[in-house]
Design a protein around this ligand. Structure first.
Ligand code: UT7
Length: 312
């Protein structure tokens, strides 16, 4: 039992924060940010715009693209680590925002930057078990909530946004979410985590070293698991944390850069929303075409890491 992708959508807040905007408020430069990260701008949600608002906007667009209503969805999974409320889940609040009446189960997955891969992993399992027919996976983050504007090491790295994907159960094992692998290692907690006062604590260079090995390892792992090689993959959408990490991973795997979809320049690191936002961007702008095979490696706080293979 497999799945197929029937709809997608994304949402980016209106406010664009450029590197030049950061130059005005802290000791940084456009040159440093571009050279070290590849980032040029990111979107920041308005003060009263919540993770639920962004997730609901992406969900509406995905439903429109699939010509469905929220009551056609029988499970909603939201990958997020930045919910303003401790409870209930963002997912069930999205059901409320969209007026769902069908009592579908809805829950959040907290996998930090690997969150959307964890969400896709859950969706694949529910399809494989034959338990659900139409699952929406959303990645939504308001990372700007955690930004310490006194810490230039982390402040420039993150952005806000949401992306949504809708999958339908299908008898084909060759479409939709074809495969997923997810991993976690709590021993590396110190490298990157939130603080009790909601700030980002990160050892950048150590995190970098892990990211350049674990993302390619996850990509390799899933290709072996699925019995495919780099030539079979049309696009790679790595977690968009840093252009240098992406380029280094591509070189390790022998993937040509033309196959790598890059949005880190426009969106920066949107954590659990990064891959779903990037897939929507690739589809909207005609890079990714129906029937193509997309490989999604991701890595983040936890540590967590993993990969998904999706035929769009
Ligand atoms: O999504 C979850 C996963 N997250 C990641 O994968 C992030 C991984 N890490 C990175 O992407 C990189 O380590 C960073 C982009 C965070 C930092 O780049 P780096 O090349 O590792 O720089 P660094 O931390 O070694 O810092 C080099 C210098 C330091 O100055 P000194 O001590 O050499 O004088 C920093 O203070 O760059 C300085 N620096 C800055 N300068 C201007 C750090 N941040 C900034 C800044 N503007 N924003």
């Amino acid at each position: 039992m497999g799945s197929r992708l029937v709809g997608y959508g994304s949402y980016l807040p209106e406010k664009v924060m450029t590197n030049q905007d950061f130059e005005k408020i802290m000791d940084t430069s456009d040159e440093w940010i571009v050279q070290r990260t590849g980032m040029r701008e990111r979107h920041f949600a308005a003060a009263d715009e919540t993770v639920v608002d962004m997730a609901a906007n992406a969900a509406r667009r995905a439903l429109n693209s699939a010509n469905l209503t929220i009551d056609d969805i029988d499970m909603l999974i939201v990958a997020t680590t930045s919910s303003e409320l401790d409870f209930p889940s963002v997912a069930v609040q999205v059901l409320g925002a969209l007026g769902a009446k069908n009592n579908a189960p809805a829950f959040d997955v907290r996998g930090a930057c690997t969150g959307y891969i964890y969400g896709l992993h859950c969706a694949r399992a529910f399809f494989s078990a034959g338990m659900h027919n139409r699952i929406m996976v959303i990645g939504a983050e308001k990372m700007s909530r955690f930004i310490d504007f006194n810490d230039r090491n982390t402040a420039v790295l993150f952005g806000d946004g949401a992306g949504a994907l809708i999958f339908e159960r299908s008898s084909s094992g060759y479409s939709g979410i074809i495969d997923t692998v997810v991993m976690g290692d709590g021993r590396e907690f110190d490298m990157l985590h939130g603080s009790p006062d909601h700030k980002i604590i990160m050892n950048g260079p150590e995190t970098y070293k892990k990211a350049v090995t674990l993302m390619p390892a996850a990509a390799q792992h899933i290709m072996e698991h699925a019995g495919i090689t780099a030539e079979n993959v049309d696009w790679i959408i790595p977690h968009q944390a840093n252009l240098r990490i992406i380029q280094s991973g591509a070189a390790r795997l022998g993937f040509p850069l033309e196959k790598i979809l890059i949005t880190v320049d426009k969106h920066a690191n949107t954590s659990g929303a990064s891959g779903v936002l990037a897939l929507s961007y690739g589809l909207d702008n005609g890079y990714i075409k129906h029937g193509q095979l997309v490989l999604y490696p991701a890595f983040g706080s936890g540590l967590t890491w993993g990969a998904a293979l999706i035929r769009v």
